[in-house]
Design a protein around this ligand. Structure first.
Ligand code: AKB
Length: 337
């Protein structure tokens, strides 16, 4: 008998780390993880098995499929927006081809078991592409189907993988006589995420968390975007809660496969003010990196998450004040004490 498990790819990354913590507390499932890196020490004991390797390795994935029955896949492994611009070919191989291999694995397991494998996929505000600042200012809260014109490799990868997930769920083997049991793809479009426990790397929304962590460490920080730059953000516990809640939502309550979720939207200047409220001595200046600025300028100010609220009861626990006052600042202070 193969063991029934939840599979998490990219488990050593920011979301993965917090997701393993959270799922292991509920104890509802055995967790198997895959990552290029070892698991961080503090979560090692919380998983049944960690496999160190790449999601682009088909032999590794086949071996995994032969050992485990996978109920849910949280596919978090990805190269983020800044890193993907530096090595776009690799980004495509990991973000798209790796996702395709996992979707194929989930499709096969769904058919073999006669039960849909749930495939939880984090997409991003990077799937949007506002053509200029005037349009960004005019359309402040974008809906899922609007402005889907990403200008980055990462954003294009995410948007395409959303379509692939929908294909595998709704249209896979559409020419065959019998409709197969297909996987159940569910996707969240996240804003910039902020964790008190891990530092982001390779993203372009990283200026927010970097500002805060630098202030807590007593280090100066030069923010790489203009003060007026506005996008939405979310505390990591809300990001994890959303992924788990979407995975648990009854299939018949879902009217779409891709959902925006948001918590609060603010400018880099407002982010800086908030950090200064708690770390009054922090040295935060601006040194704009024109190319990274160009990327953030294409991301919307905020996203409309009404469908997630209506279909599966999404609501963030942390608005801006609670996020800083109750989650980020107390935990970060303790971390760097
Ligand atoms: C990035 O900056 O690439 C990510 C994202 C917005 O998806 N944090």
């Amino acid at each position: 008998m193969r063991k029934s498990v939840v599979l998490i790819t990219g488990a050593s990354g920011e979301i993965g780390h917090a997701l393993v913590e959270n799922l292991s507390i509920s104890g509802e499932c055995d967790i198997v993880t895959v990552d290029l890196q070892d698991l961080p020490k503090d979560i090692e004991a919380k998983v049944s098995r960690h496999i160190k390797g790449s999601i682009t390795d088909k032999i590794l994935l086949d071996d995994l499929a032969s050992r485990f029955e996978i109920d849910v896949i949280y596919h978090l492994a990805a190269l983020l927006s800044t890193r993907a611009e530096i090595i776009p070919g690799t980004a495509h191989r990991v973000n798209v081809e790796g996702t395709l291999l996992l979707l194929e694995l989930a499709a096969e397991q769904s058919q073999f078991r006669g039960k849909p494998v749930k495939f939880i996929f984090p997409s991003s505000i990077a799937a949007y592409g506002m053509p200029d600042l005037a349009t960004k200012a005019q359309f402040k809260r974008v809906r899922e189907w609007e402005w889907n014109y990403p200008t980055t490799m990462y954003g294009a990868n995410k948007l395409y993988c959303e379509r692939l997930g929908i294909y595998f769920s709704n249209h896979y083997k559409q020419l065959s006589e019998e409709k197969p049991i297909t996987l159940d793809f569910r996707c969240l479009r996240y804003p910039g995420l902020i964790s008190a426990f891990t530092m982001p790397s390779g993203g372009t929304s990283d200026y927010g968390p970097e500002m805060l962590h630098a202030a807590a460490k007593g280090e100066p920080y030069a923010c790489f975007v203009r003060p007026d730059t506005t996008i939405n953000f979310m505390a990591m516990p809300d990001a994890v809660k959303a992924a788990i809640n979407l995975a648990h939502a009854p299939a018949d309550s879902l009217t779409q496969r891709v959902y925006n979720i948001t918590a609060f939207s603010l400018s880099a200047a407002e982010f800086r003010e908030k950090v200064l409220e708690y770390f009054p001595g922090a040295e935060i200046s601006y040194k704009v990196h024109q190319n990274r600025q160009g990327i953030v300028d294409t991301w919307p100010m905020d996203t409309d998450d009404n469908h997630a609220r209506r279909d599966w009861g999404w609501s963030p626990d942390y608005d801006l004040d609670r996020c800083f006052g109750e989650y980020l600042v107390p935990n970060i202070k303790q971390r760097y004490q």
